[in-house]
Write a protein that binds this ligand. Sequence first.
Ligand code: FES
Ligand code: FE2
Length: 352
Amino acid sequence: MVNTASPPMVSASSRGFPYRSHPTGWFHVGWSAEFVAGEVVPLRYFSRDLVAFRGESGTLSIMDAHCPHLGAHMGYGGSVCGDELVCPFHGWQWNAEGHNTRIPYSSRPNRGQRVTVWPVQEVNGLVMLWYDATGAEPTWELPLIPGYDTDTFYPVHPHCTGEWLNRPVAPQFLGENLADSAHQKYVHEATDVPEIVEFSGEGPLWHSRQRMVWGRGKGDTWLTPSGGKVGHLDIQGWGIGIALFRFEGIDDTVQIQSITPVDDTVSDLRMTNFVPRHEPGAVVPTERAAKRIEHLRRQVGRDLVVWEHMTYIARPPLPPEEAKPYLAYRRWADQFYPEAAAPAVSSATGRS
Ligand code: FES
Ligand SMILES: [Fe+2]
């Protein structure tokens, strides 16, 4: 009889990861289309209960969920009045800055009471939340993908997305894929181990390029209809939780893989694909575009099996070929953990 072990539901630090705190930075918590004006949505990230609501003017706010009055979770039964959140328990009202503005059965609000509000940015149809355990404001901006909302790409939500919720994966398990070219062969079916021709970590941005031969040895395929093709996998990391892939030599598809910790045991993973439209105005990807998304979804699934069951090796025995980019990534990543001794902004550049 086969004993199939379920993935571990223990903290990342019990799996060997050196840091206990959640990393600082921008993290993806859903797509703009999921947050409808006038609706309240409960969320849980960074070991905190949160509530999101889009006001009638269209502004999206995310704040701590529990009402300071007597502790109700405002994501369950709360409502929106104008651009403010109304608690379901006794009707106290909170504005987008988190201040109490109204107590319906009292002559004045309690201006000293405040709910913690988390910075939010909507970028390319993705909702990004800034997390810093100390409550500090964002120190960097997220770049935009040019042309994402024009006829160039299909609308991302819901047809070009995927999500895997509450998975036992620490954010950096995904992040380290950005410096790992050997797994392309063993996990993602590349014919060879691609060469990392460039890598750098500058401030909050990681960048690396892998030289790929797409479809080598496979003849003509739907992905490479003219046979094997030389190109590059261009990779950006925006902090620990957001990774952006471009498949130069195949097509103009841009993929964002994102991971956001729910608590110290599980995270939500999402993929957002910006796939070139076959025809103007089309909303649902068909033919090659549909295959492309399915293919990308399968590849994330392959990574996930490894990430869910792995343990983290803090001092890995890396051969020289992979040591430089891999260790550069780890040094760069340290800056996002408050307890790491690294300076606030680290820098690592090189060629393998
Ligand atoms: S608990 Fe929110 S108004 Fe009383
Ligand atoms: Fe991967």
